[in-house]
Design a protein around this ligand. Structure first.
Ligand code: GLC
Length: 495
C-alpha cells in the first residue's frame, strides 16, 4: 500500500514536471514567436518608410532642380550652396609637364605627381603616396593639420630623383583638392565655409585654406605654388573631361557625397564677374546639404543626425554616403535588439557604439552569397561580438543592409537625374550621337556593387530606355587628384 502511494506520488510528480516543462517550452516558443514577429514588424516598418518608388524619385529630382535654381540666384538662397569654382575651362588634353596634387577630403590624404604629355602621350608616370589622417588631426587645430600635409609633401618631394627637379627659377605647381565647402575668391584661393564628414577644426572655418597651406609649406621650406584649389567633384569633372569631352557632370560617392556640373555662365544670376570666354562655369553644388520634404527620412536618420557633429546639416549626405550607411544599419539592428530581444535577453553592448559598423563591413554582409551566410555570421561575431546567430537572423541583417543601401543609391540617382534635367540633358538627344556623361568616383560607388547596381537601375528607370542610351554614367578612376593636377597645368603661371 505504502509502495503504491509512493509510485503514484512519483508518477504524479513526474507528470507535473512534464507538464511544467511542456508549458515552459510552449511559453518559450510563444515568446520567441512574439519576438520574431516584433523583429519582422520593425523591419517591415523601416522598409516602408524607406521606400523610393519612381514617383518619389521624380519629386526628389524636381526639388533638386528647384533648389539648384535658387542657389544660383543668390548667395544663401538655398540649402544648395551652388559654389562658383572659377573653373571656366576644363582640360583639353593638351596640357604638358610635371604637376602635383594634394588630395584631402576623407580619412586618407594623398600626394600625387603626374606627367602630362599632351594629346599623344596623355598622363604618364603617376606617382601616388597615400597616408591615413590620424583622428586627432581631424578635430584638432588648423596649423597641425596643414603642417602634417606639408611635411608629407616635403618627404615626397625630397625623395624625388634629380631629373624631376624643376629648372632653376621655376616653381613646382600644385593642384589642391580640398573636399569641403569652400567659398572661392579665385581659382587658387578660397575660405572654408564649414567642415563635413567628421572633420571639425574650428579655427580653420572662415580662413583661406591656400594661405593656411602656404604658411605650413614655408615652415618646411618648400617653394611650391598652389595654382588651383578645387573640390574633389571639380577634380573628377576635370579628370573625366580630359579623356572624354562628353563629360558634363561629376559625382562623388565616397565618405561623403557631392556633385559638380558645367553650367552656362548666363544662368548664374549671382555671378557678377566677367562673362568667361567659354560662356561656362563649373559649379560645385555641395548637394550633400540638400534636403526636401520628399526625402524618406526615418527615426533612425533623425537620431543619427542629432548625434552627429553637424546636426541639421548634410541631410542628403547622411542618407547616401559611406560615412553613414553602416551606422544607419546599426541603429536599426539596435532597435530590433532592444525591442525584440533579437540577439538574446541582453542587448549586445558593442551594438550601442556609434560608427562601429562601417559601410565596407555592411557591404561585405550585403554581398554574402554563401548558403549559410557565413560572412554575416563572422562580421556579427568579430565586430559586434554577437555569436550563435541562426540563418533566419542573418537574413534579417542582410535585409536591413539592403533597405539602407537601396534607398541611398536610388536617391543618388534622383540627384543625378535632377542635374540632367537642369541642363536639359534628361531626354533623348536631338543631335544624333550627342552624349552626356556623368563621371562617378568614390569608394562607395566603386566597391559597393549592390549600391552601384541599384543606382544604375534607378537612373535608367528615371531616364527611360531611349534617353538612357545617350546619358550615361562612367566610373572615373582616381579622377579627383589627377584632375586637380590637370587644372594646375591649365592655370600654370608659365603658360
Ligand atoms: C562632402 C563635402 C564636399 C565633398 C564631398 C565628397 O559633402 O562637403 O565638398 O565634395 O563630401 O567628398
Amino acid at each position: 500500500m505504502v509502495m503504491r502511494k509512493v509510485v503514484v506520488g512519483t508518477a504524479i510528480a513526474c507528470a507535473a514536471a512534464v507538464c511544467a516543462t511542456a508549458a515552459l517550452v510552449v511559453r518559450h516558443r510563444m515568446k520567441s514567436r512574439g519576438k520574431w514577429a516584433r523583429a519582422l514588424a520593425i523591419l517591415k516598418e523601416f522598409e516602408e518608410k524607406c521606400e523610393t518608388p519612381i514617383g518619389k524619385l521624380r519629386q526628389v529630382a524636381d526639388a533638386m532642380t528647384v533648389e539648384m535654381h535658387a542657389g544660383l540666384a543668390s548667395e544663401g538662397g538655398s540649402k544648395l550652396k551652388m559654389l562658383i569654382s572659377y573653373v571656366d575651362n576644363l582640360p583639353t588634353g593638351d596640357e604638358k609637364g610635371h604637376f602635383y596634387a594634394l588630395d584631402l577630403g576623407g580619412t586618407n590624404f594623398r600626394v600625387i605627381r603626374v606627367h602630362l604629355g599632351g594629346k599623344d602621350k596623355g598622363v604618364t608616370n603617376p606617382d601616388v603616396e597615400e597616408v591615413s589622417i590620424p583622428h586627432h588631426l581631424m578635430v584638432g587645430s588648423s596649423h597641425e593639420l596643414f603642417d602634417f600635409i606639408a611635411e608629407t609633401l616635403a618627404k615626397f618631394i625630397h625623395s624625388e630623383p634629380e631629373e624631376l627637379h624643376p629648372p632653376p627659377g621655376r616653381q613646382r605647381e600644385l593642384g589642391f583638392t580640398f573636399s569641403f565647402p569652400v567659398r572661392q575668391t579665385s581659382i587658387a584661393s578660397g575660405t572654408l565655409i564649414k567642415w563635413t564628414k567628421g572633420f571639425n577644426i574650428e579655427d580653420a572655418v572662415g580662413e583661406d585654406v591656400v594661405e593656411e597651406l602656404n604658411k605650413s609649406l614655408e615652415k618646411v621650406g618648400l617653394d611650391m605654388r598652389v595654382s588651383a584649389l578645387v573640390n574633389d567633384t571639380i577634380g573628377t569633372l576635370a579628370g573625366g573631361r580630359y579623356y572624354n569631352q562628353d563629360v558634363v557632370a561629376a559625382v562623388i560617392l565616397g565618405t561623403g557625397t557631392n556633385a559638380a556640373y558645367v553650367e552656362r555662365a548666363q544662368a548664374i544670376p549671382k555671378w557678377h564677374g566677367l562673362l568667361p570666354k567659354s560662356g561656362e562655369m563649373v559649379i560645385n553644388m555641395e548637394w550633400g546639404n540638400f534636403r526636401s520634404l520628399h526625402l524618406p527620412l526615418t527615426e533612425y536618420d533623425q537620431s543619427l543626425d542629432a548625434d552627429s557633429l553637424n546636426p541639421g546639416e548634410q541631410i542628403f549626405e547622411k542618407l547616401i554616403s559611406g560615412m553613414y550607411l553602416g551606422d544607419i544599419a546599426r541603429r536599426v539592428l539596435l532597435r530590433i535588439a532592444e525591442e525584440a530581444e533579437f540577439f538574446g535577453d541582453t542587448v549586445p553592448p558593442k551594438l550601442k557604439i556609434p560608427f562601429i559598423l562601417r559601410t565596407p563591413d555592411m557591404s561585405a554582409m550585403h554581398h554574402d552569397t554563401s548558403s549559410d551566410l557565413k560572412v554575416v555570421a563572422n562580421k556579427l561575431r568579430d565586430i559586434l561580438e554577437i555569436s550563435n546567430t541562426s540563418l533566419k537572423m542573418r537574413k534579417i541583417v542582410v535585409g536591413v543592409c539592403d533597405i539602407v543601401a537601396t534607398r541611398g543609391a536610388r536617391l543618388a540617382a534622383a540627384g543625378i537625374f535632377g542635374i540632367l534635367k537642369k541642363i536639359g540633358r534628361d531626354t533623348v538627344r536631338v543631335v544624333e550621337k550627342e552624349k552626356s556623361v556623368v563621371a562617378l568616383d568614390g569608394a562607395l560607388f566603386e566597391h559597393y556593387i549592390e549600391f552601384r547596381t541599384s543606382l544604375e537601375g534607378a537612373l535608367k528607370e528615371l531616364l527611360g530606355e531611349d534617353a538612357a542610351k545617350s546619358n550615361v554614367i562612367e566610373q572615373a578612376n582616381d579622377g579627383s587628384g589627377i584632375g586637380a593636377a590637370m587644372l594646375a597645368a591649365s592655370h600654370s603661371q608659365y603658360l
